[in-house]
Ligand binder design. Sequence first.
Ligand code: S3P
Length: 172
Amino acid sequence: MIKIVIIGYMGSGKTTIAKLLSKKVPMEVFDLDKIIEERTNLSVKDIFETKGEIYFRKLEHQFFSELISNNESMILSLGGGAPCYANNHLLLNGDNVVSIYLKASIDTLYERLAMVEPDRPLLNDLNQKEMKEFIAKHLFDRSFYYNQATHKVVVDGKDTEEIVAEIVQLLA
Ligand code: S3P
């Protein structure tokens, strides 16, 4: 049994890379945010708005702990904040766990996040200048947790195929 856990900041490509990786490594793929949404019947945005971030972090920890301790092999992509709360980072190097940090620069993240529909509760109220400052500071705060990953893969300037190929090599 092995768990491949994909982590990284919002916009680093976790969900996309996890899905593509599941085509090369024949394992089922799960997305923690999606699981939270399915189990609560609420969108992440609605949970933040109606119940608050702390409630969301508790659910995130509960479902992550459950998934990481079951007996199934899987590829699991986490929300950007998941490794940074409730000691979740301690689970990134457990027995049978291989975690991969998709490391993107502030510029890459800003370019991607400024372009997408505003469905990320932590970024929704920011104008473009504020967003860049927020990403820079937030990424700095979170890097300690992301750097606990078993492997780091720099994603700047690479296409998805290259990134997946690098991960496959790391797993070999
Ligand atoms: C969050 C990232 C989001 C989602 C929630 C909080 C974060 O997931 O879990 O909005 O704290 O960085 P993505 O990283 O998939 O956008």
